[in-house]
Design a protein around this ligand. Structure first.
Ligand SMILES: Nc1ncnc2c1ncn2[C@@H]1O[C@H](COP(=O)(O)OP(=O)(O)OP(=O)(O)O)[C@@H](O)[C@H]1O
Length: 567
């Protein structure tokens, strides 16, 4: 089908470049800047060249078909071993550590005998354009099937906001490792294909500039859409061809165009070229996935019966150096309560609920929330799985995801993994995805956002964004819902509606902890109040009694009042 040496080489290069870019795509889509792919590719290429016999196996099985699983396994294993220490790092530190790995591998291979030293290894050509394109298409297919799944959404959520992702039940460390290992496997695949295409592998080929090219292709193509690497590869592989056709042979032209393009994408199109296409299609035809209109009824059967103790803490404290954010708090919360936590600015309210939702560990005291022990260091996702869901004082939505996808991330703890089943089109995967969409739509309906499900979260008004955070938390079907200043920035009407929503959630049996500065709303909504000042509980009890407590009034107004004054 593809003939002529120049054309063959062009198509194979285009396909291989796209394949390598997917090894960057899979980490970038999970928000990680990891740059050790040239190292994984070279390990995959050299090890498979050494261990796979040069002649066809059983007389007809191409060595590349044996080399591919070997190279992928080597790349994945190297990524796993490297990931154990380096995945604690973030951002530029992760990038530096992984570049160092790639360069280290190159130096070791250059100075080793088994790899043929600087002269490298020779092998036969077993990769033609058809085969390279086929492998690329398999990858495109896999990434296409990945995006609308629980795993695909976990990657996207991690990229958008790690803290919010872990509060929605996503195991951050595990998800980061999965994307890192997948990146190693794809880089190993690329290494093997390259080796069987160019027929001679030199350690020096797998250098910093190879890594940079792969990164540029992935970034220019875009990592928000599954076909980004194909677009990036097409564009950047064709630049030198266009350059040749135009008779511009100067060596600086290609790097100049590539760097200029990278700069333009980073400055004006952070989602890459592929996001340009999705912008256009989204404007034309806002479309929900099939099944998005069938909201399912909220399942309340799992909720603890009223009066069951959900939270029990004793002497809970949190110090930040010399700052005592929370001091020796004793607290219990029973199922069915709407507990208001109030107090002046900086009194420790957010710190307290951050401990109760597993985001931070206490420095003193003990307790448990829905059976999860505080301070165990196991991460917020464990608390989410136990039935705790929350919103944040400063909105932590996944802004580049749609309203529906935000709510779908909320279903993470109750939905099933569907990626592998989607790869082979099992009907059960479709059923499970539809169930998750039904739960997400029910949560959106509950807060009045079902008609805006197709919009991106960033397009919503401020009040709607706050509501979406509540819907995302509700989508997990929580037993305990923690709302951190949900009415901040809302007008009187919106705050009243929110108060009605909280009351109706409570009547469904969901226990609510509400941090709020809008005291009128707190008095109307809560069944009990706890007041913090300088990290300590200064009052607790029935709302109207607490509001008239002189100590509370003093904490709020800074002076002792008498008579009927209210906070
Ligand atoms: N990560 C941190 N490092 C150092 N100090 C912190 C940290 N987080 C909170 N604090 C301090 O702990 C105290 C309690 O903060 P916290 O945010 O819990 O109060 P809050 O009652 O929620 O306040 P607000 O109503 O303004 O949100 C403050 O003095 C704050 O500056």
């Amino acid at each position: 089908m593809l003939e002529g040496f120049g054309y063959d080489t062009l198509i194979t290069t285009l396909a291989l470049t796209g394949i390598f870019a997917y090894s960057f795509h899979v980490v970038l889509m999970a928000g990680q800047l990891s740059l050790g792919q040239a190292g994984f590719a070279s390990l995959g290429a050299f090890v498979s060249t050494l261990v796979v016999p040069a002649d066809p196996l059983f007389g007809s099985l191409s060595p590349v078909l044996v080399g591919i699983p070997v190279g992928m396994a080597v790349g994945a294993a190297a990524a796993f071993l490297l990931g154990l220490p380096v995945l604690r790092l973030r951002g530029v530190f992760l990038a530096i550590a992984t570049i160092a790995f790639g360069e280290g591998v190159r130096i070791v291979l250059t100075n080793s005998e088994w790899s043929g030293g600087a002269a490298g290894l020779r092998l036969d050509k077993w990769v033609n354009p058809d085969f390279a394109v086929l492998v690329l298409l398999i990858l495109v297919y896999a990434f296409w099937r990945l995006r609308p799944t629980r795993a695909g959404r976990a990657f996207a959520a991690l990229r958008e906001d790690e803290l919010a992702a872990s509060s929605m039940g996503i195991n951050v460390a595990r998800t980061r490792m999965i994307s890192f290992v997948a990146s190693g496997a794809i880089a190993g695949l690329y290494g093997v294909l390259l080796a069987y295409f160019i027929r001679r592998i030199l350690p020096g080929d797998f250098d910093f500039s190879m890594m940079l090219n792969g990164l540029i292709v992935a970034v220019v193509g875009g990592f928000l859409v599954f076909f980004g690497p194909v677009l990036g590869s097409g564009f950047l592989t064709l630049v030198p061809e266009a350059q040749r056709a135009a008779g511009l042979e100067a060596g600086w032209v290609h790097p100049f165009i590539t760097s200029a393009l990278l700069l333009l994408v980073i400055l004006f199109l952070p989602g890459g070229l592929s996001s340009l296409l999705t912008h256009i299609t989204r404007r034309r035809r806002p479309r929900l996935p099939a099944g998005a209109t069938q909201a399912q009824h909220v399942d309340l059967s799992h909720l603890p019966s009223p009066g069951t103790e959900l939270v029990s803490v004793n002497g809970l404290s949190k110090d930040y150096g010399g700052v005592h954010a929370v001091r020796s708090v004793d607290l219990t919360v029973d199922a069915g309560e709407v507990l208001g936590i109030i107090g002046p600015n900086g009194s420790g309210k957010t710190t307290l609920v951050n401990m109760l939702s597993g985001l931070i560990d206490p420095t003193g005291g003990a307790g448990n929330v829905l059976g999860e022990k505080l301070g165990s260091g196991k991460g917020a996702h464990r608390f989410a799985k136990a039935g705790i869901s929350r919103t944040f004082q400063h909105s932590k939505l996944f802004e580049r995801l749609s309203v529906l996808e935000n709510a779908l991330v909320g279903t993470h703890v109750r939905s099933k993994s569907t990626f592998l089943r989607r790869l082979i089109w099992l009907p059960s995967a479709r059923r499970d995805e539809h169930a998750a969409i039904g739960w997400a739509m029910a949560a959106l309906e509950r807060v009045g956002l079902a008609d805006r499900a197709h919009l991106s979260a960033a397009e919503l008004s401020y009040g709607d964004q706050r509501r979406l955070e509540i819907a995302r938390a509700l989508a997990s079907n929580p037993a305990l819902l923690i709302l951190d200043e949900p009415a901040a920035g809302m007008n009187h009407v919106e705050a009243t509606e929110l108060s009605e929503l909280i009351t109706s959630l409570a009547s469904d049996g969901i226990t609510v902890m509400l941090i709020e500065h809008n005291v009128g709303m707190v008095l109307n909504t809560c069944t009990r109040l706890v007041v913090l000042n300088f990290g300590e509980v200064i009052a607790a009890g029935e709302p109207t009694t607490v509001a008239a407590d002189p100590a509370v009034i003093e904490a709020y107004l800074g002076t002792e009042q008498t008579g009927s004054a209210h906070v």
